[in-house]
Design a protein around this ligand. Structure first.
Ligand code: KG4
Ligand code: ZN
Length: 323
């Protein structure tokens, strides 16, 4: 069998990315232009600025990604078609379809969440179906049972904020930088995780999540400090970060254990930007391994948005024979 090459394009949010992978899921290139600096003053992604930045950078990242394997060798173009910011998605779609039309290459639009699930296949050759997937990103918190490359049964979602969004909002409350996840992870290392017990909503009732609930209990705690005229010094900031991160870990691990137990599932894959967090990785892995559950994560550089995962999703959707 000849090797096939897939060009992936990702523009759903604030990363402009292009990647080439082969049909054995080897990554040839994975170019990511992050817009984080552009959005940091606003503490969140500004859709209009994101679309413009994608427009300005898309040709550059595609050219860079095609340095080793040129366009004439590409057998499939895969781009993110949903969900995401409308204008941002449109840039990726137009470029993918134009390249496909001119160079007579098939084009497939894929779901961004399938992309995150596919980051697991790029990093772990041993993960097998069925497995429980937990996507924890800036825009999504989704628990699902993955049955094949094309079929997953959604079990639970966030009812309000996504977990990454709650990291970003708590960071804002504490006057930290954007995005909040990496800075909260760093400060938590110096903090006491048992300093404050933040509320963990929906722990047992169902498989949905409420990260706005955890975030709001952090907000009330900070307001209460200010009412009592207690100054929030550096150590207290670290303690709040560590206690918040602990509440998130406890919620995620408990939900996963409950779901594995109820479904009789012994394999879990955790992906999305928040899965870059080392403490969360170790916490969940330890808890699940104690219960003989195999736990998989993407390589850290594939946790946040990237086009290699979109190329992998396209390859598995387009070339896979199973339904
Ligand atoms: O998957 P992603 O790149 O974009 C979406 O699809 O949403 O995730 C971005 C999110 C941001 O909210 C960011 O704060 C969070 O991932 N994040 C982290 C870490 N690195 C990124 N959260 C916790 N710990 C981290 N180390
Ligand atoms: Zn994402």
């Amino acid at each position: 069998m000849f090797k096939k090459y897939i060009l992936g394009i990702e523009t759903s949010c604030d990363e402009t990315s292009a990647s080439v992978i082969d049909s054995d899921l080897k990554i040839i290139s994975n170019i990511i232009y992050s817009q984080q600096e552009l959005h940091s003053n606003y503490f969140g992604v500004v859709p209009e600025l994101a679309s413009r930045a994608h427009y300005e950078k898309i040709n550059f990242v595609i050219k860079e990604s095609l340095k080793k394997i040129t366009l004439d060798k590409i057998n499939l173009i895969s781009y993110t078609d949903e969900p995401g910011l409308r204008g941002a998605l449109l840039i990726g779609k137009i470029v993918a379809e134009t390249l496909g039309y001119i160079h007579k290459i098939p084009v497939v639009g894929v779901n961004h969440l399938w992309g995150h699930i596919n980051s697991l296949f790029l990093s772990n050759k041993k993960i097998t179906f069925p497995f429980l997937s937990l996507i924890i990103s800036g825009g999504h918190t989704e628990l699902s049972l993955v049955l094949s490359h094309k079929k997953r049964k959604i079990l639970g979602n966030t009812r309000d904020d996504a977990v990454g969004e709650s990291f970003d909002k708590v960071a804002k409350m504490l006057n930290l930088s954007y995005p909040g996840g990496p800075v909260i992870e760093k400060l938590s290392k110096k903090g006491d995780k048992n300093y404050i017990f933040f509320k963990r909503p929906y722990m047992s009732e169902n498989w949905d999540f409420s990260f706005s609930g955890i975030k709001t209990s952090v907000l009330y705690y900070i307001k209460d400090l200010s009412k009592k005229r207690i100054k929030i010094n550096k150590q207290l900031v670290s303690n709040i970060c560590a206690s918040f991160q602990e509440a998130v870990c406890d919620t995620l691990a408990t939900k996963l254990l409950n779901a594995c137990d109820m479904l009789g599932c012994d394999t879990v894959g955790i992906s999305g930007g928040v899965s870059a967090n080392e403490y969360i990785r170790e916490y969940i892995e330890k808890k699940l391994n104690c219960n003989k559950i195999k736990t998989f994560f993407p390589d850290k550089n594939l946790s946040t948005d990237n086009a290699a995962m979109i190329a992998s999703a396209g390859k598995n959707m387009y070339f896979s024979k199973t339904s």
